[in-house]
Design a protein around this ligand. Structure first.
Ligand code: AP5
Ligand code: MG
Length: 204
């Protein structure tokens, strides 16, 4: 199966997409993780992208289209999950030109909850695993349970940038709910991670 995970920043796309990819043994592309890796690499492209990410703005479509094309060409797991892509109608049109999508899982979370989630998020510098200081605390403070890497707060998880990301989501990305209307399965993203995953599995 070929899935897209759609939802506002902090709705739990990354958390749920990883769980579903493990359960279904398919590949998971987190576009945000790929872009952060590119910035971390210090390459010329990374330097160009840094300010977009820091300020919660979308990077140019061509950059993410190239990444998704390479991912799809290299995928041999019989299915995939795209998390954080597409984010504009233009990107969705590009995606349609290179592959079909079976299902779009849309995780719906109210705005007030988003801020709570993102201001408490911790991410692993090594493996990208995601935690939350209250909802999903690591066993040892600031250390990843999986790879023992250091945990950090993402540059864009500041209240002002979160607001900007939400605004960009509403203007640029939420029209995709309509674009994919025949394929969208709406999941309530409130409740525990396990409860939400139960709903994701039913929808998938
Ligand atoms: P990206 O990394 O995709 O950020 P995002 O969409 O803002 O989404 P997040 O990763 O912040 O949230 P999430 O939905 O994955 O939630 P998570 O599972 O972590 O993109 C970052 C930037 O890259 C963009 O701003 C843009 O600049 C650029 N970019 C990316 N894709 C692009 C594209 N296609 N085009 C152009 N530019 C692009 O969960 C959040 C927190 O909540 C965690 O702490 C988690 O532990 C907690 N949590 C999860 N589920 C629950 C639950 N059920 N209950 C309580 N807490 C929960
Ligand atoms: Mg994410």
């Amino acid at each position: 199966m070929r899935f897209i995970f759609l939802g506002a920043p902090g709705s739990g796309k990354g958390t749920q997409a990883k769980m579903l990819a493990d359960a279904e043994k398919i590949m998971h592309l987190s576009m945000g993780d790929m872009l952060r890796e590119t910035v971390k690499s210090g390459s010329e492209l990374g330097k160009k992208l840094e300010n977009y990410l820091k300020n919660g703005l979308l990077v140019p479509d061509e950059v993410v289209n190239d990444i998704v094309r390479a991912f799809i060409n290299g995928n041999n797991s019989g299915g995939f999950i795209l998390d954080g892509y597409p984010r504009t109608v233009k990107q969705a049109e590009f995606l349609s030109s290179i592959t079909d999508i079976d299902s779009v899982i849309y995780i719906d979370v109210p705005k007030e909850e988003i801020v709570k989630r993102l201001t408490g998020r911790l991410s692993c510098k090594n493996c990208g695993a995601v935690y939350h200081i209250v909802n999903k605390a690591p066993k040892t403070d600031n250390i990843c349970d999986i790879c023992s890497g250091p945990l950090y707060v993402r540059d864009d998880d500041k209240e002002e940038t979160i607001k900007k990301r939400f605004e960009v989501y509403e203007n640029e990305t939420s029209p995709l709910i309509n674009y994919y209307s025949g394929k969208v399965k709406k999941i309530k993203g409130l409740g525990s991670v396990a409860d939400v995953f139960g709903a994701v599995k039913v929808a998938a």
